[in-house]
Every structure is written in structure tokens, then in C-alpha cells.
Design a protein around this ligand. Structure first.
Ligand SMILES: [Zn+2]
Length: 145
């Protein structure tokens, strides 16, 4: 099952750096309610795959979204992966994991701009809002300012 609503950027990499830079000042640095929902859903996938439980505080919407996202994820030797169109990538499912993935692909790779960083990141990792988190990371990178 493909579910584009959970991965609105799909696997198409068509980030227009200039348009993203323009968005930096508008909404890229803040998360919408739907962004937070998606990030929270992703953070619950690992637990669901491990023991079948969803710490959802009784919300049906959360439960449905987690079960949907779980369909494209699997655990192997303690690592959570996302599989889409035959492409398997490691899932960064916590704030710390996002940060680590971004540091590895941006700070550890010549401080590329938005597009370059996104391309490297997307080759290794998957998580919701990758484009937005790349913009946030670069906007907050001391070396890049
Ligand atoms: Zn940088």
C-alpha cells in the first residue's frame, strides 16, 4: 500500500533551493499542527512494531495514522527501516535521531546547501518533513550563516 498523505514529498527530489530559502522566513521554522501530528505518528511506529502497542492516549486518529505508516516500515536487528518503491532507508524517528542524521549529512559533508544536503540525507534516511527539517538545520547552522 502506498500512502502519499504520509509522505507528501513522495520520493521525487525536486527541491527548489531558492523557493525553500524564500519559505524560511515564512513557515519553515515553525511546525504546523499537521506536521507535529506526522512527527508524533512516526515516533510511535517503533513501539508498535516492537510490542503492538500505541501510546496514543486513546486517539483513534493517531492509531489509524500509526497503523498506516507501519505498513511501509519494518524492524531488523533493532533498526527501524522504511521501504517505499523498493528503496529501503533507515528511519530517524526521534528528535535526537533527526539531529544526528542531519549532522551526519550536512555538517559531516561540506555544509552543502538545502538541495545538496537533502539529496545526501534522502539517500540514507527517511523521516517525515525531511525538507523542512533540512531548512531548519541549515538556518540554525553557525558555519553556514
Ligand atoms: Zn552548515
Amino acid at each position: 500500500m502506498e500512502d502519499d498523505s504520509l509522505n507528501p514529498d513522495g520520493h521525487e527530489i525536486h527541491v527548489d533551493e531558492e523557493s525553500l530559502r524564500g519559505k524560511l522566513t515564512i513557515d519553515v521554522l515553525s511546525f504546523s499542527a499537521s506536521d507535529l501530528h506526522t512527527l508524533c505518528v512516526c515516533s510511535l511506529v517503533r513501539q508498535y512494531l516492537t510490542n503492538g502497542s500505541i501510546d496514543d492516549e486513546g486517539s483513534c486518529a493517531f492509531r489509524r495514522s500509526v497503523i498506516k505508516m507501519v505498513r511501509s516500515c519494518f524492524m531488523k536487528e533493532g533498526v527501524l527501516y522504511h521501504k517505499r518503491r523498493g528503496i529501503v532507508r533507515e528511519v530517524a524517528d526521534t528528535y535526537a535521531a533527526h539531529k544526528q542524521a542531519l549532522q551526519f549529512t550536512h555538517n559531516g559533508a561540506y555544509h552543502h546547501g538545502v538541495k545538496g544536503t537533502f539529496t545526501i540525507l534522502a539517500a540514507h534516511f527517511w523521516f517525515p518533513l525531511m525538507d523542512k527539517l533540512v531548512c531548519r538545520h541549515i538556518a540554525q547552522c553557525v558555519t553556514c550563516q
